[in-house]
Design a protein around this ligand. Sequence first.
Ligand code: DWN
Length: 400
Amino acid sequence: MFTYHKTCRACGNTDLKTVFDFGKPMPLANAFSTPDGPQKGFVPIAVLFCEKCTLAQLGTVVDPAVLYENYCYETSKSETMRQHFVALWEAIKAQGNADSVIEVGSNDGDMLQFACENGADHVCGIDAAENLASKAIRNGVPTVIGILDDNTAKCASRVVPKADVIVARHVFCHANDWKKFICNLDAMANKDTLVAIEVPYAVDTLERCEWDQIYHEHTSYLSIRAMDALLEETNFRIQKVIRFPVHGGSIVIFLRWKYHECPPDASVAEFLKSERITLRTWELFEAKALWRMDKLKYELMALIREGKRVVGYGASAKSTVWISACGFTRKQITFIVDNTPHKQGKCSPGTDIPIVPESELTNAKADVAICFAWNFMREIEEKNMEWVKGGGRFINPHAL
Ligand code: DWN
């Protein structure tokens, strides 16, 4: 089910240092299953750091078929996400033509639908999750089912030849073989194609101590230095980098053909100059992460002693990491509410904590909700204002 990974994906360095380790095997973050259904198992997680190019990466790689063939994470249908699509689409269009778009990791086709509503004429998605790709197709978004490889790249290029734009949102950091990933982008591109890769930014992950972003799907924690090192032997270079607040702090890295007439934007040099990620940064990150876990454990114990009913809000991948790392069960967290139909009726991976619809927050008279979808905290608080007014309290587990 998994293999060990020992060589830097970006620069090939074999002298990688372990900088973060959960110390125990962890459940797969999206392996929600019914209490009596088959479990996908537990896999160790350690983060390895490359001092040469500053890429941090997982030392274990889970078979993508196990992780993604039937995937329950759907792009959130939220106002926060819509605002992000608006900003991202504007940034893409500011770079040139965006009539034809291929999206790698297109999920249920939400982003491509948005692109079509906002000027794109020809679109095609590629996604490994059959359940989500089928949904996208039913919604009118042509989608090739499969992980990005030679074959799916060819199929997508037949639907949208010479795409103006190739988007890859939160999928590059899931890839194991970066060189192949870039080669397949190259196969779908021409010399004017703009590639937009969106990933959580390692600097934000580290500065904000978002340790719950560390799970098997996220094989790498990307810096611009690492991306720059990777691209050295390819036909692409970094054209521009923009920071976005989505998913706890992300960057969109725009790539262009190496000999494109448009010179790289000043942002590239600025990012390269300002990034300072070292072994020490990771050491401090690990210490802070352990402290945050302890704080949530203490807070929960105190609340339970007071007789409060504590639940979770958002069965995000991040919730699995918190729950497993802290060892919570149904005794501490009665249930987790989530608006994703595929997650409801199942349990948080590796535990007996059930996932229920959002309406249960009020129906079951919860007192406190730990917001595991903290990246949507403001929106979630706003839509549950009545519950808050009635005495309910949200906790952001990162802000205790
Ligand atoms: O890279 C990845 C990112 C982009 O998305 C994946 N590996 C998996 C996934 O990570 P996540 O599960 O941590 O993502 P979210 O978007 O933070 O998950 C939020 C969860 O909360 C979803 O299950 C939907 C749910 N939710 C809800 O129940 N009510 C979300 C909102 C906004 C709501 O109002």
